[in-house]
Design a protein around this ligand. Sequence first.
Ligand code: FAD
Length: 390
Amino acid sequence: MDIPASEILVAGGGIGGLAAALALSREGAEVQLIEQASAFSEVGAGIQIGPNVTRILRDWGLESGLRRVASFPHELLARDARSGRPLGRLPLGERAENLYGAPYACIHRADLHQLLLQAVQARGVPLLLNQRLIDVRLQGGQVTARSEQGLQWQPALLVGADGLWSRSRQALHLTEPARFSGHLAYRGLIPLSEPATEPQVTVWMGPRLHVVHYPVQAGRALNVVAIVHGETPSDPQAWDHAAHAAHLFQALGPISRPLQQTLEAVPAWRLWALNDRPPLTSAAQMGQGSVALLGDAAHPMRPYLAQGAGMAIEDAQVLAQCWVGAGSVGERVQRYAQQRWPRNAQVQARAIRNGRIFHAHGLVSWGRNVAMGVLGARVMDVPWLYRGLD
Ligand SMILES: Cc1cc2nc3c(=O)[nH]c(=O)nc-3n(C[C@H](O)[C@H](O)[C@H](O)COP(=O)(O)OP(=O)(O)OC[C@H]3O[C@@H](n4cnc5c(N)ncnc54)[C@H](O)[C@@H]3O)c2cc1C
């Protein structure tokens, strides 16, 4: 069955898909979004969003909503996971605002997802739940998409925002599966009785491990992520499991008392296997003809630069800007892909490198600790990233 055509079909209603629907609709495009799930929802975990991202959310009129639900750390503190010793500090807060013109924020994924969803709904974008894309073909420049539920679309543009296990990739003949990174993420939330007066992002680094925690929900909860090395899961797509604290402590080995106490305060853990793809090597991996890929569908990355959702939001902003530019659909998609692939590749590569540095031991960890202690912000800041889009 064909349904009334929209100019643009966005496949996937995660943070990336909603951001794309919002950005495109703000530019006057006629957009429709499909999502395989029966309700819009996000997993119970936090994410950090740098000034490159909060600036875009401000442009989209979401700053006051963000201020209500996010937390704004005044610094990033790196500590040694074994000894507990502080290793280096990167001031955030006012420094980030002054340098980059927008704040550094920490937010619960559900809160960010909700902000975007409400903005998309307020614009009257049709949102179709229970529509699972199963077939996408690009023939003679025209894309045809079909859902398991029997609907079919022939939009002028298909935006593939269907995440790590994307179906949209098949239209571009990108058949290589995502790869398991060898790392597992344990995630949990600690309820807080009151917001910290000086909220921090704390990163604990140790051999083959790191732990990050920061406040979310306007300081009412502390989000905790512990990354350890582990086995390839038997079913990589079933990536969200309840997990046992005992397994985590066993994988971590000896850790400092303050870190141990923080981890013991987590009431329930969930476990993710971390998958990614090698950094992009060409524009053709982000879009061709009337198909544009965005977010994890195009460039899933390790979360060690805290920018996966951030890059999806940047993608959305650039796609919308390219869409209203001159030229055919294919030319506009080409411009989008050309603009986005080098930056996404750079972020993917830097995230992999960060993982190696965070998990280092021996001489490498010694060098890391000296550099952070002596140079502080000069090695911990990422100006090329936080300055954002031109
Ligand atoms: C441990 C961890 C920590 C992280 N920390 C950060 C951080 O601090 N900062 C940051 O910016 N990022 C972070 N990320 C990354 C970030 O979560 C992802 O990059 C981001 O959520 C990707 O969004 P997306 O919309 O592209 O994909 P997804 O969130 O996967 O959304 C895809 C959507 O498409 C739907 N879908 C899938 N297949 C189909 C189909 N066939 N048909 C229809 N719908 C479909 C799904 O149901 C889903 O709703 C972290 C990730 C992890 C695992």
